[in-house]
Ligand binder design. Structure first.
Ligand code: IPM
Ligand code: MN
Length: 355
């Protein structure tokens, strides 16, 4: 009997369903080619459902999703819903309740993709950011005092636990070892100002580093990292950082790899259920036009296969995407690709079948 995996699919809002459709097409081709089965269960979550029911996410969902091998997510975000409601009510809630404590973001410039940085080629941009995904400034710790008065005070605290920091750092060292590239792990922090939070991060980092003599442990302040992403991206192999810094530097990372059209990420619980997504958002402007770039969703699907153990399938999707960027696309931007959303999905499928 061939292996079967249950995949929860959340197409979500805006262009989410369009890019997820192409992702599923590529997943189907890959599973046939490599002889495993994928069973897709669709979940209706997102802004539309919230507007209809007044509830961002029913409490029973986490349990249902938890019974799957992985989750494939399109996009969450709706122009008629106030910012924060869907992010907190769905995306962040899933990350927290499913304890997906790693946000993994590969930053890789594929062949043929136009890079906004002068003289940078694919050999210069190939690193991975390991972002802590359940703590830091994202926990919602804090509050208001005297709200709405001239004396108002707002406090938003960064929560860093030894356990949370250590499991993230350990994951990053292991990941760096198995990636086997430069074998260099850079801690991105701000030890010169955030002398409590990043003191804990730095101490933990160098303690754990002692167990990984084969990995070069390196440190950089977050502000300097943003300079070096632009000037010397080739310096990086794997970067580990907290939730907020990771959020910021991975958007910069997406830009230097050619834009949101290609940027994929995984929300990982290495022991339980992980969720894979294109990081670009719901792009309401392009909804339903068959113009959005599905490659980020397709790359997320590839990461998902690697994560559930279908490594060859995952690698083949990435190679197929590289053939498409190299040989077929005018640009990665929606409406400027020289192909429609579904044509790009078909092109990737062709390469999956023949590579
Ligand atoms: C991301 C996103 C989310 C985040 C938003 C949508 C809450 O920007 O996945 O990076 O800040 O984590
Ligand atoms: Mn972000």
């Amino acid at each position: 009997m061939s292996k079967q995996y249950d995949i929860a699919v959340i197409p979500g809002d805006g262009t989410g369903p369009e890019v997820v459709r192409e992702g599923l097409k590529v997943l189907d081709a890959t599973s046939s080619r490599f002889g495993f089965n994928l069973k897709f269960n669709e979940f209706d979550l997102g802004g539309e459902r919230y507007l209809k029911t007044g509830e961002a996410m029913p409490d029973t969902i986490v349990g249902e999703l938890g019974g799957h091998n992985a989750i494939f997510l399109g996009a969450i975000g709706h122009p008629d819903v106030k910012p924060g409601i869907l992010e907190k009510g769905i995306l962040l809630r899933l990350r927290f309740e499913m304890d997906q404590y790693i946000n993994l973001r590969p930053v890789k410039l594929y062949p043929g993709v136009e890079c906004p940085l002068k003289d940078k080629e694919p050999e210069h941009i190939d690193f991975v950011v390991v972002r802590e995904n359940t703590e830091g400034l994202y926990t919602g710790a804090g509050g208001f005092l005297k709200k709405g008065t001239p004396d108002e005070i707002a406090v938003q605290e960064s929560v860093n636990t030894r356990k949370g920091v250590e499991r993230c750092i350990r994951f990053a060292f292991e990941y760096c070892r198995s990636r086997n590239k430069e074998k260099k792990l850079t801690l991105c922090g701000k030890t010169n100002v955030l002398t409590f939070a990043f003191d804990l991060w730095e101490r933990t980092f160098y303690e754990v580093a002692g167990e990984y003599p084969d990995i070069k442990a390196d440190y950089a302040h977050v502000d300097a990292i943003t300079m070096w992403f632009v000037k010397n991206p080739e310096w990086f192999d794997v970067i580990v950082t907290d939730n907020m810094f990771g959020d910021i530097i991975t958007d910069l990372g997406a830009m230097i790899q050619g834009g949101m059209g290609i940027a994929a990420g995984g929300n990982l619980n290495p022991e339980k259920v992980s969720m894979f997504e294109p990081i670009g958002g719901s792009a309401p402007k392009y909804t339903g036009q068959n113009k959005i770039n599905p490659l980020a969703a397709i790359c997320a699907a590839g990461m998902m296969l690697e994560h559930i153990g279908e490594k060859e399938g995952g690698k083949t999707i990435e190679k197929a995407v590289m053939e498409v960027t190299k040989n077929h696309l005018k640009s990665l931007g929606a409406g400027h690709m020289g192909h429609s959303t579904s044509e790009i999905g078909d092109l990737v499928v062709d390469y999956v079948n023949k590579l």
